[in-house]
Write a protein that binds this ligand. Sequence first.
Ligand SMILES: [Mg+2]
Length: 240
Amino acid sequence: MYALQNKSRPWWVTFDFDHTLIKSPYWRLHFLPWLTRQAHHQNVDATILRRAIHDEGQRRWARGEWVASFDWSAIAQTLGLDPIPPADQPDATTVRNLVLPHVETVLWSLKRLDVRLAVVTNGFKAFQSPYLKALGWDYVFDAIVTPDIIGTAKPDPAMMKSLHPILLHIGDRLTHDVLCAQRAGAGSALVDSTMPETDRIDPLSPSHIVPDFLIHDFRVIPSIVSTLLNTRNMATVFFT
Ligand SMILES: [Mg+2]
């Protein structure tokens, strides 16, 4: 019983990407420079253009088109803007400067535990992969889950269906990360973030969402994971 849980199906520990592990590299290094060029080209204020893109994303979400609401290229096309070119392979140092404090140390600590690591992000694969590769994280994570591949987005628990069982999901959005984890029956941890909880809210969200853990310092994550592993593995021995 014990060996079955431990050896053949190690627990997953999953992470959101933007504002959990790193400061939105696609947005900062690719999307915003494109937006600035577009604003100049269209002779409009970049803030107005940014608002129009945001609002179109919100409209798509409100129509239940969760995946399409994160499709920046299609949104640009709908608004009559020039296509957003694919992100080139970025400079590794530039990307590494956006990684949040202690993240890499923690990831390598977790690699020494009996867990599998995944990224579960609402950013499309083409938007996130160049940055994961630049950091060498495509070797750190055992899976990268994105809406364009799965056909839905957080907080739909189907985003986590291919990762079973999940011990803990760590993210910066209550209404996406914590809610998705709870709906998937996984543990949830919320990191400090300045991101607002005002956009792309599931109308079926409960009015109160409480994470299992609040993370003020990323360095506590390996000890949380170790404790949960011990608890869950003991539960497996007792209840199977
Ligand atoms: Mg995030």
